[in-house]
Design a protein around this ligand. Sequence first.
Ligand SMILES: Cc1cc2nc3c(=O)[nH]c(=O)nc-3n(C[C@H](O)[C@H](O)[C@H](O)COP(=O)(O)OP(=O)(O)OC[C@H]3O[C@@H](n4cnc5c(N)ncnc54)[C@H](O)[C@@H]3O)c2cc1C
Length: 339
Amino acid sequence: MLTLQSNVSLRTLNTFGIDVSARYFVEINSDEDLQTLLQLTDLRHVPRLILGGGSNVLFTRNFEGLVVKNCIKGIEVVQENAEHSWVRVGAGEIWHELVLYCVQKNWGGLENLSLIPGTVGAAPMQNIGAYGVEIKETFEQLEAIDTETGQKCVFEHHDCHFGYRESIFKYQARGRYIITHVTFRLNKTPVLNVAYGDIQKNLDVTDTRPLTLKSVSDAVIKIRRSKLPDPAEIGNAGSFFKNPEISTQQYDALKTEFADMPGYPTAPNTVKVPAGWLIEQAGWKGKRFGSVGVHVRQALVLVNYGGGTGGEIKALSEKIQASVYEKYGIELNTEVNFV
Ligand SMILES: Cc1cc2nc3c(=O)[nH]c(=O)nc-3n(C[C@H](O)[C@H](O)[C@H](O)COP(=O)(O)OP(=O)(O)OC[C@H]3O[C@@H](n4cnc5c(N)ncnc54)[C@H](O)[C@@H]3O)c2cc1C
């Protein structure tokens, strides 16, 4: 049954812990709930926000519209052959729980993405990625409701325009679709991806048995716990900025002045520079301004020590962008979604 609430605090529903409220709030637990919502409300005319785990949003003010929290659950195998299992997952499933489920079934493809906070429905939004893997590699299709027409639609891989931390849902179609299910194609004969140096270093060296999906997942969990602040302890949304991609020409020119600037070729003429390095070199790491700041161990993560506002975090992010641009001529773009 749908329960429409008003003036609901969102403080515990976003990992920054920003204390704002939603004018209206509803939780949907099934496709039927969503259909009922569409019959009751013409979503075209209501400012709306679809919320998963709130781990990639920065609320800068109260939301004067309808927040729809997607809690649609369910994991089902919809197709199988000798090599693959196709798994259709409700958008409200917790991402990390899906990863653990697949690891336990020995279905490969998601293990490097262990412990990323949030829900399955939000994962295609920015083509979540970590430790050399992105979901576009296992993504098969997704189902969504078009809030303009109320119709159900299916997006195949090529419709999603996946890129580095982006998809059509983050830009051209922002806010238009409510993703209800995502289907992944997982490998029954997993090929482990342990190329990332940190994973190698964190594998359990006392275990002499062949590597498994579980050993990779455990190593990733260990690295993430040691590197990233836990939102349950300190408000944050993971990486605040994307790693900028610049031309090889610009990179080579910068290297003459900043010899130790790291960079990773991403295409014949582009180089990705770690945003964390740029921010740290610009002197921001560990800086605190009242209730907000830049994390002490990870310069890419902006934090709310408690009681900070979205406006304060946004202002800090703009100062960081300006100072990195001034020092290196490189523009930092945000990964987090401002609301
Ligand atoms: C500690 C920490 C570490 C992180 N590490 C990583 C990482 O390694 N890699 C990475 O890629 N990300 C990372 N993130 C970011 C975040 O976990 C992911 O972006 C995640 O997919 C967000 O899921 P969510 O359910 O919390 O989305 P939300 O924050 O609730 O929403 C994010 C965006 O998606 C939209 N949205 C959510 N659900 C739906 C839906 N069902 N239909 C349509 N639109 C929807 C929202 O409107 C919003 O614009 C990290 C975050 C934290 C806090």
